[in-house]
Design a protein around this ligand. Structure first.
Ligand SMILES: [Zn+2]
Length: 318
């Protein structure tokens, strides 16, 4: 069963909000688009592995995507954790494109669009995460073997030296075979077999200790609020700002009209500037007057604190 399903990382959502509102000629736009692409396709790569894991569902594994657990005063992230009574599979997912030359235990050279990138060995990374997970299990009173591996999730990636590839660096179609073979080995050899109630307790502990990734603030990307355009974005053509007329938002570019376009704009506000906003901040961002800002907030049942000009709305529930 999937205990923690894949979800779009907050950093991807933040980058989408920025890209909706930053000038097409902005000097940072291309870098932001590339960062967004890498993170978004990384997430889609993880998500795509579920197709293969579905074949194991009759064996009732506990599946967790993107767990972030504490270890030694910091957090480490596990892309995919699949737990059976005898073993936990820790899977590091890399959605690399282009041509790869993999030197296990050393590094990976990627050739992509005439550029050469060098990365550290992903299996070393997975093994280090396994070390941290082992510590976490011990601290929390559990004992379970961990099998760490790497999946290259991009179906289009080419490997220059496929024969040198260890079985623990695999491609999606071979993932199921790896898991089934390994699982059989652990079932035969392992002294450990967690009972159903222990698996349930472990799942609860993992979810209790998990903390969602927090998207970085705007200045992480070298941006300030002056780089971000105000206004409601047209859901059809992406232009902004839409104009409010007769209880509807109207787009001057494509003539589309709709009632709820401000909801996405307020979601952008939360990602860009935080969950609380005063009436003035809302009307400056949506480019509307104070009465409409108040009416929209009341209609959306947003919780508020403070009185008169100090009223702050909590936009998190949108
Ligand atoms: Zn439009």
């Amino acid at each position: 069963m999937i205990i923690k399903p894949p979800s779009i990382p907050p950093q991807v959502l933040l980058l989408e909000s920025i890209l909706r509102r930053i000038a097409t000629s902005h000097p940072k736009r291309q870098t932001l688009e590339e960062t967004h692409g890498k993170r978004y396709w990384g997430f889609r790569g993880e998500q795509s592995l579920q197709y293969y894991l579905d074949f194991l569902l009759p064996r009732q594994p506990r599946i967790f995507y993107a767990l972030r657990l504490p270890c030694n005063n910091h957090r480490f992230q596990i892309d995919l954790l699949v737990i059976f009574p005898q073993v936990a599979f820790l899977i590091e997912v890399k959605h690399w494109a282009g041509m790869l030359k993999i030197e296990p235990g050393s590094h990976v050279i990627q050739l992509l669009e005439d550029k050469k990138n060098v990365y550290s060995c992903p299996l070393d990374q997975a093994n280090h995460q396994a070390f941290q997970l082992r510590q976490w299990l011990k601290t929390n009173g559990f004992s379970l073997p961990i099998d760490s591996l790497v999946v290259l999730s991009n179906q289009k990636v080419s490997i220059e030296n496929p024969r040198d590839l260890p079985s623990k660096i695999t491609r999606p179609p071979k993932l199921l075979n790896y898991l089934q073979t390994s699982l059989k080995k652990y079932e035969n050899l392992s002294q450990i077999k967690l009972e159903q109630n222990q698996l349930r307790d472990l799942s609860i502990r993992l979810m209790d200790d998990h903390q969602d990734e927090i998207a970085p603030p705007l200045d992480y990307y070298g941006l300030s609020k002056y780089d971000i355009a105000d206004g409601v974005v047209c859901p059809s053509c992406g232009s902004l700002p839409m104009i409010r007329l007769n209880r509807q938002w109207h787009c001057n570019s494509c003539r589309m009209a709709c009632k709820e376009a401000h909801v996405q704009a307020l979601k952008d506000y939360v990602l860009l500037f935080g969950r609380y906003a005063t009436n003035k901040q809302i009307r400056d961002f949506l480019l509307i007057d104070r009465y409409l800002a108040k009416r929209l907030m009341q209609k959306m049942n947003c919780q508020s604190t403070g009185i008169k000009k100090g009223v702050k709305y909590d936009l998190m529930s949108l």
